[in-house]
Design a protein around this ligand. Structure first.
Ligand code: SAM
Length: 288
């Protein structure tokens, strides 16, 4: 089997299996060898690595991963792709393909069984319709991770690495930056995929912090505060928190927390840094 990753070989295998693209699964296959090299280089994969690939498609990126990694587990939802993967990955004995929905896989058990609970690398050209739930799942389930290298929409990549006060800054920036340091390794235009997506893409690396950058007393309160603050962007932080379902602090206590953190009473969530959110969360959790 020739290596995939160029339009000719991709079309050949798709025709052979009469494959029909499923829009609902976000299927945009990579057909550019430079981009594939960039992804595996950015992920810094070695034979010591266990790699989880989400959505292998016809196995294009998977072939590169199998060559560099010790072991690869690839989770693909579309059963029509499984016989194709059997053919395109036949040359590799270090890969296991699971025909599952990634959002339903028990990743904690999988990593325990397959990698003795040692940290894994996640590398993927993600299905864009579930980018945020996939990233949140990886972090919030506290899966042992040594790195995440993923192709996502450019617009989401910009939101992830946004800084306070910028138009892209929001709950996603804060939650991801709480867990990891983002870095954009490449911008990728639509013509590198088949079919072409309507949006620009970017390869983003998320390097998990070795230890939490701040001391947080109650993580779930912190994330609720962040979500509350960006739920209604035009509201002040006080009203955002006060009106958020699931939080029941008095206005006076919220104002007290702002003052204790040196913040103005009419401040909005979009201008607060992660550290300032943590100060407010820690104050509220101590006082309640
Ligand atoms: N890795 C391939 C490549 O780069 O050419 C395909 C990437 S394509 C953008 C996304 C892949 O994710 C598709 O193969 C799609 O069927 C698969 N997928 C979509 N939703 C999924 C889910 N919930 N769980 C697992 N795989 C999924």
């Amino acid at each position: 089997m020739d290596k995939l990753g160029n339009p000719k070989n991709t079309i050949e295998i798709l025709n052979k299996y009469k494959f029909v693209f499923q829009k609902k699964f976000g299927q945009n296959f990579l057909i550019d060898t430079h981009v594939l090299e960039k992804i595996v280089n950015a992920a810094e994969i070695t034979k010591d690595d266990f790699v989880l690939e989400i959505g292998p498609g016809i196995g294009t990126l998977t072939q590169y991963l199998c060559e560099r990694a010790g072991k690869v587990v690839a989770v693909e939802i579309d059963k029509m792709l499984i016989p194709i993967l059997e053919e395109t990955l036949a040359a590799y004995d270090n890969v296991r393909v699971l025909n599952e929905d990634i959002l339903k896989v028990d990743l904690v058990s999988l990593i325990k069984e397959e990698n003795n609970n040692r940290p894994i690398k996640v590398v993927a050209n993600l299905p864009y319709y579930i980018t945020t739930p996939i990233i949140m799942d990886l972090f919030e389930k506290h899966i042992p991770l040594s790195g995440i290298t993923i192709m996502i929409q450019k617009e989401v990549a910009d939101r992830i690495r946004a800084i306070p006060g910028s138009k892209d800054y929001g709950a996603l920036s804060l939650v991801v930056q709480y867990y990891a340091k983002p870095y954009i390794a490449a911008n990728v235009p639509p013509n590198c995929f088949m079919p072409r997506p309507k949006v620009g893409s970017a390869v983003i690396c998320l390097t998990p912090h070795k230890k939490p950058p701040y001391d947080v007393k109650d993580e779930s309160l912190l994330f609720s505060l962040i979500r509350a603050s960006f739920n209604q962007r035009r509201k002040t932080l006080v009203n955002g928190i006060y009106n958020y379902e699931g939080l029941s602090f008095s206005k006076d206590l919220i104002l007290e927390a702002l003052t204790a953190s040196g913040l103005a009473k009419d401040i909005r969530g979009e201008s607060l840094s992660l550290e300032q959110f943590i100060n407010i969360a820690n104050y509220l959790s101590e006082k309640s």
